[in-house]
Design a protein around this ligand. Structure first.
Ligand code: HEM
Length: 402
């Protein structure tokens, strides 16, 4: 199979459902492949890692938006997106990222652990009630969607009463990572506008009456260091935290349970303590990465032996790098105790996921609780995969728990 055929298949529903044999075919071709005149695909672990760590590769920022989509300013989601650290290069990127990082402290993240445990237990109680008579419960809806969004609300400081209306907006906004046609844009723009209006109002309240939450900390950082973080930069990056942190973590939970449903020994090993929860989470991240790819703009160089002309689009297939046989022994085997861990699922270099510690914490708190609470958890019918490629996960994962 040549690279073009692999790509065509990756674009088809079966390829999206199970891209891994196609990634294996790409690994046979090389560390990187040029696909057409405008795109280089990077699939090897080392090559991906070097691209992400090389400041010569830039992310698509406003300048690129102007070149490739001149009408972008008419879309609220792209106006906000143009301030997201995900879409910024130096010098704006390090300036804004370091300010956000100052509020996103390890202490604040670690401090969320008891709240995550309580939230997880409450959701498990609900699943236990609904499934007590042996009927199916829906894990994605009843647990995997609710835990991460509630955790982000808790972190940012969104009052409980506001959270219900918030979840669908966060979900709609996450569609921005995979805009397939212009028809999906109105809903994404509407969510971006509503969320911004909401955050503007909440910021005014927190400014008047600060609390012990991330929003109050960010406001303090921006107000004390005048001009270093504008009001718009702050609010826009709050919406980024939602889109970047919600569906990704939902998919970590869903993809992990899906593995357990097909490999009972994996669940048993977490339950009996022979596999530490953190090792289980790392292997889920490697084996079925919630984010399958990210992209950069090339400069005149070579990657994995393939020439990269300046300005070309470079797609790093994180999900493929995680199954690279040059890096991982027996890459298609789920083995939490493998000595060669170290997935690319949170990226690398300057844009390394700012929420990695939080996502890992959610996984390490949630999985042992789920698996201990429901030792007999089993699939109840066919899961429904979310028809996406970049964010990989399920829409529905029905299970029985009793
Ligand atoms: C399992 C869950 C998650 C996965 C797999 C994930 C994955 C990623 C990846 C691959 C990147 C780098 C993108 C690039 O280099 O272009 C990234 C960046 C980012 N993530 Fe995550 N993420 C997760 C959870 C979270 C959470 C919980 C938050 C926040 C609450 C978050 C916030 C961010 C932000 C703000 C960035 C941009 C960082 C920058 O550009 O400097 N993520 N994430």
């Amino acid at each position: 199979m040549d690279a073009i055929e692999v790509l065509t298949r990756l674009g088809a529903p079966e390829g999206r459902a199970n891209p891994y044999p196609l990634y294996a075919a790409l690994h046979e071709i090389g560390e990187a492949v040029q696909v057409g005149p405008g795109e280089v695909l990077v699939v090897g672990y080392d090559a991906i890692s070097s691209v992400l760590r090389d400041p010569g590769f830039r992310v698509a920022d406003e300048t690129r938006f102007d070149e490739s989509f001149p009408g972008w300013r008419a879309n609220p989601v792209f106006v906000q997106g143009a301030d997201w650290i995900l879409n910024l290069n130096a010098p704006r990127h390090p300036r804004i990222r370091s300010l956000i990082a100052r509020a996103f402290t390890p202490r604040r993240i670690a401090g969320l652990e008891p709240a995550i445990a309580t939230m997880a237990d409450e959701l498990l109680d609900g699943m236990a009630d609904r499934g007590a008579d042996g009927s199916a419960v829906e894990f994605m809806h009843d647990f995997a969607y609710l835990l991460p969004v509630t955790v982000i609300c808790e972190l940012v400081g969104i009052p409980e009463a506001d959270r219900e209306g918030f979840r669908p907006l966060a979900r709609d906004l996450a569609g921005v990572f995979e805009v397939t046609d212009a028809e999906t844009l109105p809903a994404i723009n509407a969510a971006a506008t509503d969320l911004l209006a909401y955050f503007t109002g909440l910021a005014a309240k927190r400014r008047a009456d600060p609390r012990d939450d991330l929003l109050s900390d960010l406001l303090a950082v921006s107000d004390s260091d005048s001009g270093r973080l504008t009001g718009a930069e702050l609010l826009h990056n709050l919406t980024l935290l939602l889109v970047a942190g919600f569906e990704t973590t939902t998919n970590l939970l869903g993809n992990g349970l899906h593995i357990v449903l097909h490999d009972r020994t994996a669940g048993a090993a977490v339950r009996d303590g022979s596999v530490p929860p953190s090792a289980f989470v790392e292997e889920v991240l490697r084996f079925d990465s919630p984010v399958q790819l990210t992209s950069r703009i090339g400069y005149d160089t070579k990657v994995g032996g393939v020439p990269v002309p300046a300005g070309i689009g470079v797609t790093t297939l994180l999900g493929a790098g995680n199954r690279d046989p040059r890096r991982f022994a027996d890459p298609d085997r789920f083995d939490p105790m493998r000595p060669d861990g170290g997935p690319l699922s949170f990226g690398g270099g300057a844009h390394f996921c700012i929420g990695a510690a939080l996502a890992r914490l959610e996984g390490t708190v949630a999985f042992p609780r789920l698996l201990n609470r429901f030792p007999e958890i089993a699939a109840a019918g066919e899961p429904v995969r979310r028809d996406r490629f970049v964010l990989r996960g399920f829409d529905e994962l029905p299970v029985t728990v009793a």
